[in-house]
Design a protein around this ligand. Sequence first.
Ligand code: FNR
Length: 183
Amino acid sequence: MTYRVGYIVGSLSQRSINRRLAKALTKIAPHDLELVEIPIADLPLYNHDLDDDYPETGRRLKAQVEEADAILFVTPEYNRSIPGAVKNAIDWVTRPWGSNSLNGKPAAVIGASIGAISTAVAQQHLKSILAFTNSPVLGQPEAYVQYTEGLITENGEVTNETTAEFLALFLNAFTEHIKRNLG
Ligand code: FNR
């Protein structure tokens, strides 16, 4: 059985190291994981006045999450938390009230930064949000990628063997997590 994983890149930057990381993950993914991007760059800011007539962008996003068996967040850390773009996407996905598309959806979090503790604090915040949205999150291994120049090429080739092995281990653990939660 192949599981469809929708991945969300938390950075809108063209030069994003997290986008490179996401590309690397799509290349390394085991045969039973299909990684498909769920884009968030064009979402307007969430506003609950729109709940009664949910805009097409919000409906499309929710549909993409619902079509996925699991969600993978590949995100930078901004000011020791998640980027506003990620929080905004989650707000859209979990509304209108009573139709939380993340409910019960297995999830995992990974991120890259040049900092020594990488994206650890942002990930803690995100995991706290995902507990509230009732999305079972992969606990181990934690995935804090400390990015150094050239670690991942523009095409998503990982140049360090230890990092490549770790990313494969992370995706295998995520696959097991999805299987455990979806049965
Ligand atoms: C950052 N950066 C950053 N890094 C970090 O490790 N912890 C942090 O709290 C922050 N805060 C932060 C805030 C803002 C507004 C920016 C723009 C950047 C640095 C960040 O890790 C670096 O810019 C990465 O390259 C961002 O990821 P992408 O966009 O390259 O994927």
